[in-house]
Ligand binder design. Sequence first.
Ligand SMILES: CC(C)(COP(=O)(O)OP(=O)(O)OC[C@H]1O[C@@H](n2cnc3c(N)ncnc32)[C@H](O)[C@@H]1OP(=O)(O)O)[C@@H](O)C(=O)NCCC(=O)NCCS
Length: 157
Amino acid sequence: MRVMVHVVSAELPSKPVLWNLLQLYAHEFSEFTDQDVGVDGTYAYEYFDRYWIDPDRHPYLCHDGRLVGFALVDSGEPHDMAEFFVMKKYRRCGLGTDAAHEIFALHPGAWQVRQMAANTRATAFWHRAIPVPFEEVVDDHGPRQLFRIEPTGIEDP
Ligand SMILES: CC(C)(COP(=O)(O)OP(=O)(O)OC[C@H]1O[C@@H](n2cnc3c(N)ncnc32)[C@H](O)[C@@H]1OP(=O)(O)O)[C@@H](O)C(=O)NCCC(=O)NCCS
């Protein structure tokens, strides 16, 4: 039986943990972004520090007893899933869907999730993981889905 995933706010002591996971994510994404590492061997991430300063930025770690992924959320109108990552070993078990649902429930209101056009796997994922009807807009950057999460929460099927 699959273990429940828990999304927890990444407080300041967990900042280096999230940075390490962000490196794995950026490495995987370099397939799409062509980003190079800097001279220190790490991928830069411009807004990283602001997730521990700005009240509208929310860093999360995802656990199921193991550390399985992370998310960065920018709250606003709409809320934006800036980054979302499940490590390779734990994929295709529903963890990403469960974590996304927990995050949506933490931030009721208007939402958008965005994908790079080349990241068709992510688009397939969001099409399944968004728990309510959505509108899809495609522009030069790629697809994004717009939807609304009611404060009553998300009902499990
Ligand atoms: C996208 C990602 C978060 C999915 O996480 P996950 O835990 O594997 O997702 P789930 O197991 O909940 O998948 C739910 C459904 O989404 C779809 N899906 C997920 N990954 C998919 C893939 N690689 N290809 C096609 N469909 C996929 C499937 O329909 C899947 O259901 P199924 O396994 O029964 O077929 C994960 O692959 C990831 O972190 N990728 C790299 C980072 C990334 O692209 N993030 C999204 C940025 S917009």
